[in-house]
Structures are given as C-alpha cells and as structure tokens.
Design a protein around this ligand. Structure first.
Ligand code: GTP
Ligand code: K
Ligand code: MG
Length: 574
C-alpha cells in the first residue's frame, strides 16, 4: 500500500540529486522506498529498495517529509542536511543486503562504477587445471590482445585462434594459447572483450595476469564486475541479474576466499580488526543519527567513534609506510640464501620472512632441501630460498642437497651469500668465497654480473669495535641474526638490488599488492573525510566508504551487521 509520494528537489550543487521519493509502509513499519535520482542532465535513475531502516527512523523520515520546513526529526536539521540524510539512507539501501533494484528508464543508463577502465581477471576457477580462462572487458581489450600477441592483427571476431602469448615488456614467451576477440556490443558485457584460454598452471596464469597488468589502461577486476558491466550495458535484464545472483555470489565468495587466502596471516588479521573497529564506529554514529532525538543514548557515543577513527588512521598510516609487512602470495624475484654449513642461512631466512620457515640448529648440515617462502623484502615481493650448506665429502642425502643448492644458485636473481664472520678462515668459508662469491663479481659472457650480497653473520661473536677485520674481502655487510644488528642495513641493500631487479613497484603490475594498497589508501582518505564532515550523515557515509574499502580486502560487511550492533550494543528504549 502506497502511503505517500513526495516530489522533492535537492540543492543543485549536491550530486547525485534526488528528484522524487516514494515511501510505502504497511502499518507503522516502513517496508520499501523508491526514488528517482539524477547524476547529470541525461541520467535519471530509479531506485526501489526495501529500506533497511528502523521503523523509528522511517517514521522520522515521514514526519520530516510532511514538515514543510523539511526537518527529519533531528533538532535543527535544515533542508540540505535533511536531503543528505535521505541520500544516505537511500544509498545505504542501495548497498545493503536487501537486494535493491537499480533500474533505469531505457535498458540501463546506469553506468557501472569505474566503467571507463578495462578490467581483467581469471574467469575460470583458481588452482591447477587443464585450461584457465582469463578475460578482459573494456575499451583497451583489443590493445591488450595485440600487446600480448604482438605484432599480430586482431583475430576474426568470435573465432578461436592459436597465438603465442608473450610479455609485452620483456618479450618473454608465456604460453601458446587460444585467444578470442569479442568486439562490443556483441559480447558478454557489451564492451570490447578478449579471452585468453591458457594452460592452467599457476605460473602461466600469473604470468599472463601480470602481463595484462602492464598494459596501460588495464586493472584487475573487482568481484562481480563483469556481470555488473553486462547489466550496465543492457546485456542482462534485471531478472537475469537476479537469476545470476547465485552465480555472482559464488564468484564473490570465491574471490573473497581468494582474498582471504592472500591475506592470511598478519595483514588479514589486521584488516579484520580494522573493519570491526569501523563497523563499531559506524554503528555509534548511526545510532546517534537514528535515536539521539527520541531515546536516551549513552553519553559520549560520538567521541568514542572519533577516537576509534583516530586510532585506526594511525594504524593504517603505519601499515602503509611499513613496506616490510604482509606477505606476497605471488612469487617475486628469486633470492637464494647460500653459504657454508652453519653460517646462519636458515636463521636469516626466518628473520627476513618473520616466521619459522626453516629449522635452525647448531648441527652443520641441518638444511638438506631447498625451502622456498614468498616474502616481502624491503617492499618488494620475493621468493626466498633456503639451501643446504655447501660442502664436500658428505653422505648421499646431503650431497643431493648440495647439488640442489647449486642448481638453485644458477637460477637466482639475487644471491644472499652468508658466511660466519667468526669463521672466515675455515676451508668451507674459503671454498665458498672462491667458488661462489668471487666468480659472481666477474662479468659473464653477455656482460652482466650475477647479483650477490655478501653477508657476514654472527657479528656478535666478533671482538667489539673491530669493523676493519676483513679488509681483503669483497664488499660486505655485517649482520647478527641473533641480535638483529645490521638488519636495517641489509634491508637497505636488498631494496637497492631488488629495485634494480624489479623496477619501481608503484608503476609495476604487482596485482594483489597494488590492489591492497589502493584500498588501504582509499580507506585512509575516507577517514580523512569523516574528520572533516560537517554533517553526521556525511560522516557516516565516509565511514561506510572506508569500511567498503576494507571489506574489499576481507570480504563481508553489510548493513545488517551495523544494525545488529546498534541493537546489541545500545539500549534504544522499549
Ligand atoms: N651467535 C650467533 N649465532 C648464530 C647467529 N645466527 C645463527 N646462529 C647460530 O648458528 C647455528 C646455525 O644456524 P643455522 O641458521 O641453522 O645455520 P645454517 O647456515 O642454516 O646451517 P645448515 O642448514 O646446517 O647449513 C645455530 O645454532 C644458530 O642459533 C648469529 O647471528 N649469532
Ligand atoms: K645448522
Ligand atoms: Mg639451514
């Protein structure tokens, strides 16, 4: 039963504008609301939604609309802030879990957020599989296809064709793959699309994704973004979208799990903690907006939200500055730790990866196999390998370990050569210097050198104040894995080497990494807006934006959650 219909013109400078709003209620409880919005001269959107507002705030809304002075039940609220409050409610409804319907007059004039960009993603399942399908959608799709198959022409539209894919930056071959070209509008999304059917190994998939990430104008897709674009271009009707909802949900779920896997460990825990803090702060602000008029809320609700936001800002800032934190799922530069037995190689690997990857013991020959761990070294993703101590005249198992270590050394992008500073004269140390360290300094036939950092570990065992102990050694760094002394210097040196190896990560296609940073920055920006907001509705909106960024990283986080907290944490009267 439609109760009231209101036509309402918002201030011109506010965007988007609310043109009209309809509210319906069954008895006292507001059941749904609808409205017409405009984001520009030719864009009128309709929105129908079940309102995730409480009966009380719904009543306030109705009361406010009925009031010619445009009050929404908040003392002193003027027309503009009332409109903002309404917009907040409506936009909350549009994002909430109550399956809002965004529809437009013809097909869908609704422009998907960020739709100018070309997106790419692995569209088939994660993990090992025979064939993996990677798709792109957007205006740069054709360019992307040509860049990876350069200098070939685009294949015939919608005809599978076999092409050699290679990295556009290095020319390095990636895979022989079936590629398909779907010029818009005859494509799934209605935009230009390309598909790469590659062999399903993780290395091939990540290689192609990285290559796509290096093409200008391309960025990784967000969850459900292909479908959203299909809807935006009228390729799917509303009912089809609804029919696809399960599928989208499954996709989101897979991506959420994927995101969680990537974020497992320190960063994941941090993000979840941050998201909880924000949810709480948001609940406080919304409770204030919804209930402060009629109910006795506890004192200091807003102060609490402010102080939580301040703490969060500090934590996020620290995290963004501290490039060592977090772990990369993706493999980066191959950094191989090598040296004679007992030099402290495993100790160094554990120190750099901040977790007990390798067994450390006083017994020489502890590490037998190559142990790999992905780490963030001074801000660069790297695959760190611990190896067996290099020595001769040992049993067959250790010998195999030594053989594997040597093989790994040949493949290294960077060697971290470790010697025991207190044991430089031992045959194993001398032999390592002669066979690995010195030859690495010599130019190989194509004129380049093997990158190597020589680390003299166990500096704590040296007599104090003797830094001139090793004048005839090649340039080296002193370190003590035991005390951590020298670690900063080592990280500085690693940063230089890796910067030369990987290029600047801020311009490079470090997919997950740049996505994480993007959302953390977005969160921080939104918190800045929260602080500057002159209006509670805008403050709440800023918090929602901030939380949205975090939930991109951790998944989850809906309106329902906030309402839960409102009712759980506050006594809002009878
Ligand atoms: N005093 C001192 N001891 C250290 C330091 N780093 C490692 N150690 C000790 O040196 C011994 C060997 O360390 P590991 O890390 O197992 O050495 P490794 O090079 O991996 O040895 P293998 O795997 O057998 O080749 C252990 O007893 C460590 O506790 C250090 O900086 N100072
Ligand atoms: K050892
Ligand atoms: Mg070891």
């Amino acid at each position: 039963m439609l109760l009231e219909e209101h036509h309402f013109t918002a201030p011109q400078r506010a965007s988007p504008r609310l043109l009209s709003l309809s509210l319906a209620s069954r008895s006292e409880d507001l059941q749904w609301m609808g409205g017409t919005f405009s984001t520009g001269p030719n864009d009128n959107r309709e929105l129908l939604s079940t309102l995730p507002v409480t009966p009380r705030s719904g009543r306030n809304l109705l009361r406010g609309l009925a009031d010619p002075r445009g009050r929404v039940g908040r003392r002193g609220a003027d027309c503009e802030s009332m409109w903002r409050g309404l917009w907040t409610l409506v936009s909350r409804a549009a994002r909430g879990p109550h399956s809002p319907r965004l529809c437009t007059r013809q097909g869908s004039g609704y422009r998907a957020p960020g739709s100018g960009a070309t997106i790419f993603a692995l569209s088939s399942g994660q993990g090992r599989c025979g064939i993996a399908v990677i798709r792109t959608s957007g205006p740069a799709s054709g360019h992307a296809l040509q860049s990876l198959t350069a200098p070939r022409d685009l294949p015939l539209a919608r005809k599978a064709c076999l092409r050699l894919l290679s990295d556009p930056r290095s020319g390095e071959p990636l895979d022989r793959a079936l590629v398909l070209w779907f010029p818009g509008p005859q494509s799934f999304t209605g935009e230009d699309c390309a598909e790469f059917h590659v062999h399903g190994g993780p290395a091939v998939v990540s290689g192609v994704l990285q290559a796509l990430g290096s093409v200008p104008g391309l960025r990784p897709a967000e969850a459900g973004e292909f479908t959203r674009r299909a809807f935006a271009h009228g390729k799917l009707s509303l009912t089809e979208v609804e029919g696809l909802a399960d599928l989208i949900h499954a996709e989101t779920e897979a991506q959420r799990r994927q995101a969680l896997r990537q974020l497992d460990g320190e960063l994941g825990d941090l993000c979840r903690g941050w998201a909880e803090t924000l949810t709480k702060a948001l609940a406080h602000v919304e409770a204030y907006i919804d209930f402060s008029e009629d109910d006795n809320l506890e004192e200091g609700v807003l102060d609490q939200a402010d102080s939580e936001v301040r703490k969060l800002e500090v934590a996020l800032g620290v995290h963004l500055r501290d490039a060592r934190r977090g772990q990369r799922l993706r493999s980066g530069a191959h950094v191989v730790v090598a040296g004679p037995p007992n030099a402290g190689k495993s100790s160094l690997v554990n120190l750099l990866s901040r977790k007990p990857v390798s067994i450390v013991s006083p017994e020489p020959g502890t590490t037998r196999d190559v142990l790999e761990t992905p780490v963030d070294l001074a801000g660069f993703p790297a695959l760190l390998s611990d190896t067996a101590g290099l020595r001769e005249g040992v049993g067959p198992v250790e010998q195999e370990g030594v053989r594997r270590a040597q093989k790994r050394l040949e493949q290294a992008d960077l060697i971290l050569a470790v010697l025991d500073a207190s044991d430089l004269a031992s045959p194993a140390s001398c032999n390592f210097l002669d066979t690995v360290v010195i030859p690495a300094g010599a130019r190989n036939p194509n004129g380049s050198r093997q990158r190597l950092l020589l680390v003299l570990n166990k500096s704590d065992l040296l007599p104090a104040g003797r830094s001139d102990l090793h004048p005839d050694l090649p340039s080296h760094l002193l370190l003590s894995c035991l005390t951590g002394e020298g670690l900063d210097g080592l990280l500085e040196a690693l940063k230089k080497e890796l910067a030369a190896l990987c290029g600047d990560p801020s311009t490079g296609p470090l997919l997950t990494r740049s996505r994480h940073q993007h959302h953390l920055r977005g969160c921080l920006d939104a918190l800045g807006q929260y602080k500057q907001a002159k209006d509670l509705a805008l403050a709440a909106e800023a918090l929602r934006v901030a939380r949205g960024h975090l939930s991109h990283l951790t998944g989850g986080g809906g309106t329902e959650e906030i309402l839960d907290i409102i009712f759980r944490d506050f006594c809002v009267g009878k």
